[in-house]
Design a protein around this ligand. Structure first.
Ligand code: SF4
Length: 320
């Protein structure tokens, strides 16, 4: 069952022209993305920095308003909601941020940080708030003594646990985790990923797990969507995407994982830089870096289409 369905989501910004350019141009950060989150499952969303994945994550929470597209959460038109209705619906979708330090208020104790949402949404009162916060501290593996301490007294991994407890405090169904481990040491990354997996199993949560590295999402995702310059270029069940990537960009990302599956041959990573989103190449936006570019790639844009059961890609190599 789908708990979130986004169709044709776009976010365009006006970009000031450079020194030699008059007027303004459009920066197409998200350019017609379809996304579907299945209840209790994890969708990994992967792409290099600047590909629009964080903007897409923010659109799903309406931290930014889309330029176009539709967004349904639990069958409700999320984009049509206003005021109190929006606040109530927003409780159901929460975000975990990349940098757990800057996303926490340094002047609030951990207890107050976690309790804030509980109070705002009236989920508990009086002593029950404290009891609920203690329960959440247990759930994320922090000592109860953390209640009266401040964020700066904790390590990066512990601060991320506080961020997770704060997100869970309002009893969400969906968690959007935007690069939740990329600011952490590798040893701590595994602990946070395991914690998120345990919470998903215990609470039936649905995740969108955003990362720039396919290696990070390999073991947590049921399905993976790969994003390039504002568009999804491949979407597939995680195992199939790893064993048989279809899109040359996915293949390049896989090849650039340094210590992935033993025996996997390490090839050269994708050449060149991601083009600017204000100057997206015509045709397939990957053609300037693609080792397999041919005839139509530089002039005609391939659409994301299903090429076999559950496997979609936007590449001319797979069109009839
Ligand atoms: Fe490469 Fe062409 Fe496929 Fe784009 S459409 S990924 S340029 S082969």
């Amino acid at each position: 069952m789908s708990v979130l369905i986004a169709k044709g989501l776009k976010k365009y910004y006006r970009s000031a022209g450079g020194f030699f350019l008059r007027g303004s141009r459009q920066l197409r950060a998200v350019d017609g993305v379809d996304i579907e989150l299945e209840k209790g499952k994890t969708l990994g969303l992967v792409g290099e920095s600047g590909c629009g994945k964080s903007t897409l994550a923010r659109l799903l929470l309406r931290l930014e308003e889309p330029t176009d597209g539709t967004l349904e959460i639990d069958g409700t038109d999320f984009l049509a909601l206003k005021g109190r209705e929006l606040r109530r619906a927003r409780r159901k979708i929460q975000m975990i941020f990349q940098d757990p330090y800057s996303s926490l208020n340094p002047r609030l104790t951990v207890g107050s940080t976690i309790a804030e949402g509980i109070r705002i949404h009236g989920l508990a009162r009086g002593a029950d708030v404290e009891r609920r916060v203690s329960e959440l501290l247990d759930q994320v593996g922090l000592p109860r003594a953390a209640y009266s301490r401040y964020p700066h007294e904790f390590s990066g991994g512990q601060r991320q646990r506080v961020g997770i407890a704060r997100a869970l405090a309002v009893e969400p169904d969906i968690i959007v985790a935007d690069e939740p481990v990329s600011a952490l040491d590798v040893s701590v990354q595994a602990q946070i990923i395991n914690l998120l997996a345990d919470l998903q199993r215990d609470l039936g949560l649905t995740y969108l797990f955003v990362a720039h590295d396919l290696g990070v999402v390999e073991h947590v995702s049921d399905r993976i969507s790969v994003m390039y310059l504002g568009r999804i270029v491949e979407s597939a069940p995680a195992k199939e995407l790893f064993s048989d990537p279809l899109h040359p960009y996915t293949a390049g990302l896989l090849a650039s994982i340094p210590t992935a599956t033993p025996g996997r041959r390490i090839k050269a990573a994708i050449s060149g830089d991601v083009p600017s989103p204000v100057d997206i190449p015509d045709g397939c936006s990957f053609h300037t870096r693609c080792p397999k570019a041919f005839g139509p790639c530089g002039s005609e844009t391939p659409r994301l289409e299903e090429v076999s059961s559950g496997r979609c890609t936007a590449c001319w190599l797979y069109k009839e």
